[in-house]
Design a protein around this ligand. Sequence first.
Ligand code: SF4
Length: 450
Amino acid sequence: MTQTSTPASVATSAAPPLQKQTTVGNYFVTNYPPYAFWKPDFVPEFEAALERPPESGTPLGVYVHIPFCRKRCHFCYYKVYTDKDASQVRAYLDAVLQELAFYAGKPFVGARPIRFVYFGGGTPSYLSENQLRHLTDEMKRLLPWEQAEEVTFEAEPGTLTDHKLKAIRDLGVTRLSLGIEHFDDHILEINGRAHRSREIARAYAYAREIGFPQINIDLIAGMVEETEERWRETVAQAVALAPDSVTIYQMEVPYNTTIYQRMKAEGKLEAPVADWDTKRAWVDHAFREFERAGYSVNSTSTVVKDPAKTRFVYRQQLFSGADLLSVGVASFGHLNGTHYQNHHEFDPYVSALTAGRSPVYRALTPTPEERYIREFMLLLKLGAVSRSAFTAKFGRDPVEQFAGPLQQLKETGHLTLEGDAIRLDRAGLLKVDLLIRAFFKPEHQGTKYA
Ligand code: SF4
């Protein structure tokens, strides 16, 4: 994407204090401006964006949200459904396909090929082989993605039979992402996960055997009843599996989680999980163990075995301003300069599409200044931003633009300017989601994130 307009100057403001205890609320920053500023009144801007040809050089990817799970994890804050029968799942998939059909002929697609595809959830692997085939065959007919560089598919180990794994591979998945979270059965059980360690071992071994090009595993540091010893054991087991990449989340406790409901009922303000410093130390331990095994840290939450071979196209493209055609209940996308989100309840989403109406419920068109902030802070989550590349893209030097916040972060000792790189140290990287709030415009400071 080439952005030639010059953002207005960015106001500086102090970063919020670094909290220590884990209290309720969203901690991670995944987009900008904050979702609270996306409004139904702005949906016409999104509709107008669909009718324009794409901005020159902007890649296009597709995200498909599958909101079904076998069981609701106690830390989950997503919109997920554990009670839908086969006919409701089918109605949902047909709604998703109707949504894609609506978009497929619009001018914003232009002559762009689909560069990357992401099946997220929820649990995409909850779908049966027939449901998966129905969904993906139709998708390929509407918006062909055979030439996509990357097709990611999130999977819960307990849903993966050998047959289903083969079917997933055969539909063109290049990056299988296994939601392992932990290897200890007690931790899995007490946190409401549906799978157990036996299922992890079986699914991982077979996925390797049938040759997925890339296998990522997810872990969570700081689940309920986590201990130093259990975490170290889980890290050791993860290293022994030798996945291509590992994503390690720090446990957060948003409002609509079962854990928070219990806290509220018991009148507690502090969540029954480790404090933030401990969780950062646990992720740091994992990073060090993987580094000892030859891996490289390439973001606040990921390590990769072979950076030259193992890319994560979805994240790289999204953080660099790609368009994301996102379909499904509650899904978030960005097309031709406008952010949007679909209805976040199942029935309004499905019935809007069944009645031939748009399922988009709120939108926001970021200003050039906000696009500038968004891209800078997301790239900083990868650990470093190239000053010259950023300046070439936006026509404005971030070191001048963000003089105030960068100076604050330099004074904390977490940020350095080394030649062309604006770089965070390891401690800064592990709390980057707090630090990047310093780049927000004043009116976005202190807003509840999700
Ligand atoms: S598997 Fe993932 S999406 Fe499903 S309930 Fe658990 S955390 Fe939520």
